[in-house]
Ligand binder design. Sequence first.
Ligand code: GDP
Ligand code: MG
Length: 166
Amino acid sequence: KSGFVAIIGRPNVGKSTLMNQVIGQKIAIMSDKPQTTRNKIHGVYTTPDSQVVFLDTPGIHKRQSKLGDYMNQTALGTLGEVEAVLFLVDASEGIGGGDRFIAEQLSKIKTPVMLVMNKIDKIEPPALLPLIEEYRKLHDFAEIVPISAKLGSNVDTLLDQIQKYL
Ligand code: GDP
Ligand code: MG
């Protein structure tokens, strides 16, 4: 099994941290120059029976210009062609305008979207379920997976869930 998974999310939600956890520092192809090129490969995750290519999707942002328009179109094209989309959010900050904007864009594609609620190490456990209910209103997510990319918590579950869509 193999496939492409696009990662989207506003800045600082933990996309690079997650890729470091999944791929490992040494071979991760980091992309910390946002919006200079599009559809960069973030990294490739390989197991004995599967391969997942993670793509960075920096073009999704609030529209400010004709160029921004074009980049949104390009990013949406990518999201429409991959096996699954990982929508990363910072669960410790809650839903922001940037998250809502991305969720609006996601309504234009048919690709399964997995909501990855990151930074759960920063929230009190009882706050998690109500927060999940809030996020659920944004989009009909295929999966909702709470993780801590920094601590590596539940990242194995996320990788298991991704396998379903390959
Ligand atoms: P990106 O802009 O989406 O690539 O975000 P980064 O991976 O650069 O992370 C932004 C900041 O959030 C960094 O200071 C990370 O150390 C921090 N961060 C990322 N994931 C977590 C997490 O699970 N828990 C906590 N507490 N901090 C995190
Ligand atoms: Mg980054």
